[in-house]
Design a protein around this ligand. Structure first.
Ligand SMILES: Cc1cc2nc3c(=O)[nH]c(=O)nc-3n(C[C@H](O)[C@H](O)[C@H](O)COP(=O)(O)O)c2cc1C
Length: 311
């Protein structure tokens, strides 16, 4: 369709009807550009718009993220996104997050044992080590590690404290808005009492559910260590929409922060149990996502770590 008016005429019309500029800006930035248009972010930052028209292949994806993510509470989009999560249905969804766990084939883990090591001792003794001996890890140890990562240990009543409408179950690692967008997958190579396979950890039930018959050793192969000599590897997966509907682009940042918090709990727990471990930065994201059945669009592998017995 050809333009009917000159730029000068358009400017004049916008000057007389300033609301048109706001409506047009909203439509351009929000409806057409933002993937969160149905949810959170109202105004897409200029840098995103520029990036759309002048994308460069050698940009760091992280640069784009850092230029665009923001958690400024004063921003209207952020407020709208957060506001929706205070509505009763949203809160009750959080209260019933345990119903998302499919328990039909779940394997209950043993009651997690409390770890008595001193905090300063485990923080300072935690080291990365790669010399796995192939000796199996006990299921009670796996249970304790997963519990320290993501197990539930607190409750937040919703509504009247005397007669709450629901209770949000809180986990051992913090999470923005209590939304818990990180899932843990266990690739069990040698765990006494758990057949070798790949499992998802179900924090509310403190159980694991098999997601693949194989362990995924072939896709997890590492140049730095002998994966199959370890006890198990843990893959961290981030569910983008789980918290981005509320927090916009800050959701990704929160997800990565939460990965770090869970990861540190894992390392401290395995140190307390006398197990060695090492993080893996050079994993094949797509191959692991395929092995786990994650689409790589809404759910992303964001980290891999390995735990086992040392000398
Ligand atoms: C995100 C992340 C990725 C890592 N990737 C690898 C890796 O691919 N291979 C490896 O051998 N160590 C890896 N490491 C371990 C670091 O090399 C190690 O933490 C660092 O050298 C400090 O030593 P420390 O953990 O013993 O204190 C990684 C650590 C982190 C936090």
């Amino acid at each position: 369709m050809a333009y009917q008016r000159s730029q000068q005429e358009v400017e004049q019309a916008l000057g007389e009807h300033s609301y048109l500029r706001a409506a047009g800006g909203f439509s351009m930035q929000h409806t057409l550009v933002s993937i969160y248009s149905s949810s959170t972010v109202v105004a897409t930052p200029d840098t995103v718009v520029r990036g759309r028209f002048a994308a460069s292949d050698d940009d760091f994806a992280g640069e784009q993220l850092l230029l665009n993510y923001r958690n400024d509470n004063a921003k209207l989009g952020f407020q709208l996104g957060i506001g929706r999560f205070y509505e009763p249905d949203a809160i009750l969804t959080s209260c019933h997050a345990d119903l998302e766990e499919d328990l039909r084939e779940a394997i209950a883990l043993p009651k997690p044992k409390p770890l008595k090591a001193g905090l300063t001792a485990v923080v300072t003794q935690r080291r990365s080590a790669r010399g796995f001996t192939g000796k199996p890890v006990e299921l009670t140890d796996l249970s304790a590690i997963l519990f320290h990562c993501q197990g539930t240990s607190g409750e937040l009543p919703y509504g009247n404290p005397a007669a709450p409408h629901g209770i949000i179950k809180l986990r051992n690692a913090p999470s923005g808005g209590g939304l818990y967008p990180i899932s843990l997958f266990v690739h069990a190579f040698a765990v006494n009492g758990l057949p070798p396979a790949t499992y998802e950890y179900l924090p509310y039930a403190h159980a694991v559910a098999k997601v693949a018959d194989g362990t995924g050793a072939e896709v997890l192969r590492s140049p730095d260590l002998e994966m199959t000599q370890s006890g198990f590897a843990v893959t961290f997966a981030y569910n983008l929409y789980h918290n981005s509907r509320k927090y916009g682009d800050s959701g990704v940042v929160f997800g990565l922060i939460e990965t770090g918090a869970i990861l540190q709990n894992l390392h401290l727990a395995r140190t307390a149990l006398g197990l060695i471990g090492c993080d893996q930065g050079s994993y094949d994201k797509t191959a692991i996502e395929r092995q786990l059945g994650l689409d790589g669009h809404t759910r992303h592998v964001v980290h891999v770590t390995v735990v086992g017995q040392g000398e």
